[in-house]
Ligand binder design. Structure first.
Ligand SMILES: *Cc1c(COP(=O)(O)O)cnc(C)c1O
Length: 368
């Protein structure tokens, strides 16, 4: 078959497809295992709010209708909660879609984006998919964003800057003062995308900067958040971003009109009402991350202090890939950090207490 497609950007050739954590069903099938523990994708161990489940059931009865394209109710709730205008909010099919739409709007062939490495791989994917070139600035020795080095790496071709705060896959964050100093050094016309997917897990740190404050100060920021992590709605795909109105207006023109489905909208509204569930998730997460850290340190390994729902474990001179595969053979899915240039580490999501115990016992055996 011959097709006449638009010539792809040469950068698309450098794209490796996003490698997601292995699905539970696939590993079970491959290994003939019945018990699988998945600690690979930073999902909420406790599930989701029962209020969200009820809302989804009710919404399911009405799926013959198209969703509300303006997401009136969800945007209203978010606008109240965040103290920002409805016109400043953009919703996405996961916050991933918003990252993608931003790249689509800002980049033409040869443009640059600026972000740390290792950081969330979607910045690289979205950049390359739209003909851009990602300028990747190594994290500092503590695996934190090196904002001074990033400021130096700015060029006249930089069109988007991404800072994941806290960062994935390291779990580290940059403090308010450092971030403010960085923003002061940036030109007005280049948006800083503050990806706060793990906001809830870090917000109680006294020097953790709330991106919404920067937005309200009128800085050129796009603050991106998600219902996938603390709210436990990863499978529904719903995220949001707050940004200056002209930009929100542009995105609302190019996005698909029904990009957030009706069940997701209903669940997100309900999830926002359930502070109790979020708090329970945060408490659980703090306890379990602490337990994992203590147990891992007893094994003589080290961890990077994490302000998220996952933790990076340094395996010393062992290969992260080998440990990842050995865990996989026992039905435990974590993330190998080889693709992120950290060959001696794995990233592990805090699961249920029993799941974490299974992981810790297996890890202890493997590294012996
Ligand atoms: C999980 C995650 C997201 C969320 O993606 P969704 O598309 O909203 O599920 C965004 N950014 C980072 C850094 C993440 O780790």
């Amino acid at each position: 078959m011959t097709v006449n497609f638009r010539p792809a950007y040469s950068s698309v050739g450098e794209l490796a497809p996003y490698s997601a954590g292995k699905p539970i069903e696939e590993l079970a099938r491959e290994m003939g295992l019945t018990r699988i523990v998945k600690l690979a994708s930073n999902e909420n161990a406790l599930g989701m709010s029962p209020l969200a489940v009820e809302a989804m059931k009710r919404a399911a009865e009405r799926v013959n209708r198209y969703p509300d394209s303006s997401a009136w109710e969800l945007k209203g709730k978010l606008s109240e909660r965040l103290d920002v205008g409805r016109e400043n909010i953009v919703l996405g099919n996961g916050s991933n879609e918003i990252l993608e739409l931003l790249a689509q709007l800002f980049l033409t062939e040869g443009d640059e984006t600026l972000y740390a490495w290792p950081a969330f791989v979607v910045y690289r994917l979205a950049t390359l998919a739209h003909g851009g070139r990602g300028v990747e600035v190594p994290l500092d020795v503590h695996l934190r964003h090196d904002l001074d080095a990033m400021a130096k790496a700015m060029s006249h071709r930089t069109r988007i800057i991404y800072v994941a705060n806290p960062n994935n896959p390291t779990g580290t964050y940059v403090g308010r003062e450092d971030l403010e100093r960085f923003m002061d050094s940036l030109p007005e016309n280049v948006p800083l995308v503050l990806d706060e997917a793990y906001f809830e897990f870090a917000m109680h740190q006294s020097d953790f900067p709330d991106g919404m404050d920067f937005f309200r100060q009128g800085r050129p920021v796009v603050v991106v958040r998600t219902f996938s992590k603390a709210h436990g709605l990863a499978g529904l795909r719903v995220g949001y971003a707050v940004m200056p109105e002209p930009l929100a207006d542009l995105i609302n023109r190019v996005r698909q009109p029904f990009n957030v489905n009706s069940i997701a909208q209903a669940a997100a509204v309900a999830a926002l009402e359930d502070d109790h569930f979020v708090q329970k998730s945060l408490d659980h997460n703090r306890n379990e991350l602490g337990r994992i850290r203590d147990a891992v340190e007893k094994m003589g390994l080290t961890v990077t202090p994490s302000y998220t729902n996952f933790i990076l474990i340094d395996l010393g001179d062992r290969s992260g890939q080998d440990v990842y595969e050995a865990l996989m053979r026992r039905g435990i899915i974590v993330r190998s950090m080889v693709p992120y240039g950290l060959p001696h580490t794995i990233r592990v999501t805090a699961g249920l207490r029993e799941e974490n115990d299974i992981f810790l016992e297996a890890l202890g055996e493997i590294i012996e």
